[in-house]
Design a protein around this ligand. Structure first.
Ligand code: NAI
Ligand code: MG
Length: 483
């Protein structure tokens, strides 16, 4: 028995479930079977305008920014609890819509999304201003205020989790939201809207408008009634958003692509590093912005390590993502599969040595075999561009200065990892690596309390933690003349 029922998607605007104004719909596909799952109402400019109007009304006249902070917290906590009580149902929807394994969606994505709401529920009562000593006879203080209406655009690789990372802190700070999920994976965000409605979130506080980037996304970015855009997705779209948002001077946080270096020194715990290298690139079929897609191996450990990694990779079960034993599902869409396969072709043509994988397995579904290239030179396309699939580029090095330089030779700077038992080397490397997150002797860990975001062309602004919620506030300076 399936835990979930897939039903046609509508737009959630002003607390109502509505059709798109143009009556437009699009299909979302199950990438494991290539079959359509259901029709979803397609939000366009007019729908975005309705959603922004609803969000503005809720911000300017509604209860949300005015209620006691603790009551806001209580509601967000309730949303977290309700998400948790529906893990099985939402995880199944997520797996059907995105191809990620049920193990990941039920143990990681949905529980972490629930925790994210509870984490930021706690922040509602902790957003404080300051008193500032200025020349007498003035008394000065600052107020931390919400921004207003926030537009949030999220990708398809962690649909419910990215929705939580965006919505929870924005609402905790007292903003109202228009969320546009990715067209490939709109269903779990609509479930989140249902949960928010049932939890009693006032109408207009959260609006969810599925649709296409070039239509609904652009309309949201250009809408004069939106105070900020928070975006996660590709670097080219981030650049486009920056250009388009300049017309109305919106605040931005951009969490963009990556080409993260995973550096293994010869003195590492090899078994742990092999697992870390595998997880780093094959978790969520490589559709991870922090994927450890450049594996740097110290010369003396290179051959033995690669053998172990290859053996480990051969054991990863690829197939039906609803099967709890499956470790690798299909890529999210045909487009993504073709994109990944074209990078594999480039790797072969540019002279990298294919160690394993390298093709689409036979049968239905947008699968790509877990693929490892050795002998990758830094100038090759597969060493420079974000592939966003299960494709690893292995590069050798001899010493720490060399590997730090090579690791930093990237337009991106989202994450990095180092594996070594030498505590000094580990921390020196952590400082030298130009990335928003550095993992030491682990890979891909997250916590709602830990800020996350990019250096360089991986974007700016931070999500999660204190930094994350402050991005949804602005500071007002108040002067009082006491003379
Ligand atoms: P994308 O960046 O186009 O999609 C992300 C979100 O942005 C979606 O909701 C999409 O509808 C929206 N969007 C697209 N164009 C827009 C525009 N002009 N204005 C406003 N919103 C817009 O990513 P796409 O094309 O689906 O994937 C292509 C590549 O992007 C991937 O192969 C991967 O390399 C990268 N990517 C990176 C992600 C990350 O988390 N760093 C997430 C998704 C994709
Ligand atoms: Mg889908």
């Amino acid at each position: 028995m399936p835990a979930s029922t897939i039903k046609p998607g509508l737009l959630f605007i002003g607390g109502q479930w509505v059709e798109s104004a143009a009556g437009a719909t699009f299909r979302t596909i199950n990438p494991a079977t290539e079959e359509p799952l259901t029709e979803v109402a397609e939000g366009r400019a007019e729908d975005i305008d309705r959603a922004v109007t609803a969000a503005r009304k809720a911000f300017s006249e509604g209860a949300w920014p005015r209620m006691p902070a603790a009551d806001r917290g209580r509601l967000l906590w309730k949303i977290g609890d309700m998400l948790e009580s529906r893990v099985a149902e939402i995880a199944e929807i997520e797996t059907l819509d995105s191809g990620k394994t049920i193990t990941e969606s039920s143990r990681v994505d949905v529980p972490m999304a629930a925790d994210c709401f509870r984490y930021f529920a706690g922040w509602t009562t902790k957003i404080e201003g300051e008193t500032v000593p200025v020349r007498p006879p003035c008394f000065n203080y600052t107020l931390r205020e919400p921004l207003g209406v926030v537009g949030q655009i999220i990708p398809w690789n962690f649909p419910i989790l990215m929705a939580a990372w965006k919505v929870a802190p924005a609402l905790a700070a007292g903003n109202t939201v228009v969320l546009k999920p990715a067209a490939q994976t709109p269903l779990s965000a609509l479930r989140l809207a249902e949960v928010a409605q049932e939890a009693g979130l006032p109408p207009g506080v959260l609006n969810v408008v599925p649709g296409f980037g070039a239509v609904a996304g652009t309309a949201l970015v250009e809408h004069p009634g939106v105070d900020k855009i928070a975006f996660t997705g590709s670097t080219p779209v981030g650049q486009e958003i920056m250009r388009r948002a300049s017309g109305t001077l919106k605040r931005l946080t951009l969490e963009l692509g990556g080409k993260s270096p995973n550096v293994v020194f010869a003195d590492a715990d090899v078994e742990a590093a092999v697992r870390g290298a595998s997880n780093g690139i094959f978790y969520n079929k490589g559709e991870v912005c922090t994927a450890g897609s450049r594996l740097f191996l110290e010369e003396s450990l290179h051959d033995a390590f690669l053998d172990k990694l290859q053996a480990h990779t051969a054991k990863l079960k690829q197939g039906d993502p609803l099967d709890p034993k499956t470790r690798l599902g299909p890529q999210v869409s045909e487009d993504q599969m073709l994109r990944v396969l074209s990078y594999i072709d480039k790797g072969k043509k540019e002279g990298a040595r294919l160690v394993c994988g390298g093709a689409r397995p036979p049968g239905k579904g947008y699968f790509v075999q877990p693929t490892i290239f050795d002998g990758v030179a830094p100038g090759m396309t597969i060493a420079r561009e974000e592939i966003f699939g299960p494709v690893l580029a292995v590069i050798r090095f001899r010493e720490i200065e060399e590997v730090v330089r090579a690791a930093n030779e990237s337009a991106y700077g989202l994450a990095a990892a180092v594996w070594t038992r030498d505590i000094k080397k580990a921390h020196l490397a952590a400082r030298a690596l130009r990335a928003g997150t550095v993992w030491i002797n682990t890979y891909g860990l997250y916590d709602n309390a830990m800020p996350f975001g990019g250096y360089k062309m991986s974007g700016f602004g931070r999500e999660l933690g204190r930094h994350g919620i402050m991005e949804y506030t602005q500071t007002k300076s108040v002067w009082v003349d006491l003379s």
